[in-house]
Design a protein around this ligand. Structure first.
Ligand code: AMP
Ligand code: TRP
Length: 325
């Protein structure tokens, strides 16, 4: 007997990075046995920041390859593409009617996007959290494993669900976020959230050599200017990242760093080693899976079919409760 239903999603912007992995995906894998899990490539959400869709199908493929390689098992969970279950668009329209615009204009991610893409502040961008709420409540999920940046969206999802229930009768559960031990991974610039857009990320699928090259660009302790100066591991993002992957090394490294017995270049090489060792089995599995692109298409088609059964059922209830039928 499973504990309940989980839903989560990620935008198909391409390969997943270690921020996605540490902040959310590790929980996706871990929770597969305990919960009834649904994971979605949210292609419609991706369109809020994308007008050139030439890479979209390739991005979905790459992202799902990462998901399967880290251990998501289509026998245990549903994996599908958001637009393959069009019921979500109908629910999005309906929930849009009960969501005050003032709630949406307050959302921090909307304000950030306005700054990031001033030339493309589209209607869908304002409605991003309504579509996300639709994703979650369409499947009546109670638990949503995400990174910390998604907490405001989850709060809004609960508010929308509550409002719907009070207007039209009890229909949706109020979902709770589930965070990992590392809910906010800082990127190689040492200051902002790791993301593809910021270019400060390490993709899971990099080769060991590419990983080394990328880590060479990382910022370390900003207060340590010379190799001979003692460092401050607690202020160093490279040190932090190392701990996320292998905490057995960090005690020794911290001591040597504080005594200036180890330099930042050596430390970065150590980080690359630790990451390459941790990701080796995932990368190997990914290479095997990549040899059969048809497999992913089959997994996603089967996932959409299974997801749609649940979505159709919820929509009948929604239409009835709203007196649309
Ligand atoms: P995205 O790629 O932005 O669609 O994110 C997919 C999932 O990864 C979401 O649950 C995010 O909260 C999570 N995530 C993305 N970037 C990070 C990060 N730098 N640290 C922790 N979690 C992250
Ligand atoms: N907004 C999420 C992100 O950027 C992606 C997402 C869309 C999502 N719908 C969701 C996450 C539903 C969890 C549940 O990462």
């Amino acid at each position: 007997m499973k504990k309940g239903r989980i839903f989560s999603g990620a935008r198909p912007t391409g390969r997943q990075h270690i921020g996605n992995y540490l902040g959310a995906l590790q929980n996706w894998v871990r929770l597969q046995d305990e919960y009834d899990c649904i994971y979605c490539a949210v292609d419609i959400h991706a369109l809020t920041s994308m007008t050139d869709t030439s890479q979209l199908q390739g991005n979905i493929q790459e992202m799902v390859l990462d998901w399967l390689a880290i251990g998501l098992d289509p026998k245990k969970c549903i994996l599908f593409v958001q637009s393959h279950v069009p019921e979500v668009a109908e629910l999005n329209t309906l929930l849009g009617m009960i969501t005050p615009l003032s709630w949406l204009l307050r959302v921090p991610t909307f304000k950030e996007k306005v700054k990031l893409q001033p030339e493309n502040v589209n209607y869908g961008l304002v409605g991003y959290p309504v579509l996300m709420a639709s994703d979650i409540v369409l499947y009546k999920a109670t638990v949503v494993p995400v990174g910390e940046d998604q907490l405001p969206h989850l709060e809004l999802t609960r508010e929308i669900a509550r409002r719907f229930n009070s207007l039209f009768g009890d229909t949706f559960p109020e979902p709770q976020a589930k965070l990992t031990r590392y809910p906010l991974v800082i990127g190689l610039d040492g200051k902002s959230k790791m993301s593809k857009q910021a270019g400060n990320d390490i993709e899971i699928a990099l080769s060991p050599e590419e990983t080394i090259e990328k880590i060479k660009t990382a910022y370390t302790d900003p207060a340590r200017r010379y190799r001979s100066e003692p460092g401050h591991p607690d202020k160093c993002n490279v040190y932090k990242l190392m701990g996320y992957f292998d905490s057995t090394k960090t005690g020794d490294v911290a001591e040597k760093c504080r005594k200036a017995e180890i330099g930042c270049v050596e430390c970065k090489m150590l980080l690359a080693e630790v990451i390459n060792a941790a990701l080796k089995p995932i990368r190997e599995k990914r290479a095997e899976l990549a040899a059969d692109p048809k497999y992913i298409a089959e997994v996603l088609a089967d996932g959409a079919e299974r997801a749609r059964v649940i979505a159709r059922e919820t929509m009948v209830e929604v239409r009835k409760n709203m007196r649309l039928i």
